[in-house]
Design a protein around this ligand. Structure first.
Ligand code: SF4
Ligand code: SF4
Length: 442
């Protein structure tokens, strides 16, 4: 695979049109591709069809941006987001594109810290820093950035970000009663109006239905991948790193093409399972990772686990199961209002730690742990993410009651704590191995 096509002249022309800092961007991409090669291309026994996702990653600031420029030329809405609470179906229904914004790199944080406090979550600082640096083409090309009120640091950052780039803020409720649902319904209609203003027309029932079908299919593809990677207790046909890569790319790629490629990958994974092809030994500790989302290029924890003798079989996170677990039920819908109502139901099932109480999340984690025959859980939280950090107390207490091995890791995007995390993960995996061998002997 050739990495680094982003410097070809046609892309540089696009970057100029998008008012990007080309020199700084080049520095970012060199670091990104080096990291990607080190982390992903050194893995052994990868499925053949993962090549498409490697390619897409190599073109993440190239071909994909060229495609989005075509949307822009046709005046189709381009919306960048940091949260899975965005009703992306509405953007897709309008013929536009919705994508995640870069927010997983240390590279942009020093520039963000000139405006933002050091002691807030790195995801917010990283994303804000990319806007300050003008190094993220997805941010630069967006009609607007979608912000939400899920946590304190985010909602105050949007006020500052709005001075640099138009930012649409949706008020995400923090409870799930009738009042909150009424509020969220209004927010969905307001978001729809904003998209309709850009395209200059009202969205029809058929368009909205189509938008939902496209995103439902994407979620189904990811559900199938999630099932296949963990269905057999002794065969894991794809690494956790590669599965995470696919899920991360789901936030950037064209949704229809992406779904087709994931289904192709899943067909291959089924064949690998039939043939007994696994990326690890059958007694490798199976780890579920739960907690805050891992935006690219945040691959740190997965790399540590999988180079220390474990395998990640699931992510209970927004770049993971929380994103694709629920579809929008289109059964019997007859009007735009019906679709919005179903959308409301689906989005209110998101069990982000911004909700209180959030016991449904804990019940779900335990159910998933048993279904996936996991051996242990790593509760991962980004530094200064108060919601997930505080919620970890209730989650971990319940896991201990259920006698589920659990390790909590709090980290940021720097490489400084890799050694320390590795030591803790090694000890955790060792204790799991000991328990497994003890059980096997009984
Ligand atoms: S963890 Fe919460 S705030 Fe973060 S992306 Fe998920 S739903 Fe949004
Ligand atoms: S990880 Fe936590 S603190 Fe960071 S943006 Fe998400 S909810 Fe907010």
């Amino acid at each position: 695979m050739i990495l680094g096509g982003y410097m070809s002249e046609k892309y540089v022309d696009i970057y100029k049109k998008l008012d990007m800092d080309i020199e700084k961007h080049s520095e970012l991409m060199s670091a990104l591709f080096q990291l990607f090669s080190d982390v992903f291309l050194t893995q052994k026994n990868r499925p053949e069809n993962i090549k498409y996702f490697d390619w897409l990653m190599s073109e993440i600031h190239g071909k994909r941006i060229e495609e989005l420029m075509e949307f822009k030329d046709k005046n189709k809405p381009l919306v960048g987001t940091f949260c899975i609470f965005i009703p992306e179906e509405i953007v897709v229904a309008s013929g536009g594109a919705c994508y995640g914004l870069c927010g997983g790199a240390q590279f942009s944080i020093p520039d963000a810290e000139r405006d933002l406090p050091r002691n807030i979550c790195p995801l917010i600082k990283s994303a804000y820093g990319f806007k300050v640096q003008r190094t993220c083409p997805y941010t630069q090309i967006s009609n607007f950035i979608y912000g939400e009120t899920t946590c304190e640091a985010k909602k105050k950052t949007w006020e500052i970000l709005n001075d640099l780039h138009p930012t649409h803020v949706m008020h995400i409720p923090h409870m799930k009663g009738k009042r909150e649902k009424d509020l969220w319904r209004e927010e969905i209609y307001e978001f729809k109006n904003h998209i309709e203003e850009i395209v200059g027309k009202e969205l029809t029932f058929e368009e909205l239905k189509k938008g939902v079908e496209i995103i439902n299919k994407k979620r189904e593809a990811l559900q199938r991948l999630d099932y296949l990677r963990s269905t057999k207790p002794d065969i894991v046909p794809i690494s956790g790193l590669d599965s995470l890569l696919v899920t991360q790319i789901s936030f950037y790629d064209d949704p229809e093409r992406f779904s087709d490629k994931v289904f192709e990958l899943c067909d291959e994974l089924e064949e690998r399972i039939d043939k007994g092809i696994s990326v690890c030994e059958s007694d490798t500790p199976r780890i579920m990772v739960i907690g805050t989302p891992m935006a690219p290029p945040n691959w740190k924890l997965h790399q540590v686990v999988e180079t220390t003798g474990g395998i990640v079989i699931n992510e209970e996170a927004c770049i993971g199961h929380r994103y694709f677990k629920d579809n929008i039920d289109l059964d019997g819908v007859e009007s735009v209002e019906d679709i919005i109502e179903r959308m409301l139901e689906r989005y209110m099932k998101i069990d982000c730690a911004c909700f209180t109480p959030n016991d449904e999340r804990i019940d779900k984690i335990i159910k998933m742990y048993r279904e996936k025959k996991a051996d242990g859980i790593i509760y991962y939280t980004l530094s200064f993410c108060h919601t997930y950090n505080v919620e970890s107390k209730k989650v971990i207490d319940r896991l201990k009651e259920e006698k589920i091995p659990v390790l909590k890791i709090e980290s940021d995007y720097s490489a400084e704590d890799v050694g320390q995390i590795k030591t803790r993960v090694e000890a955790f995996l060792e204790s799991i191995r000991f328990k497994k061998s003890f059980k096997a002997k009984r």
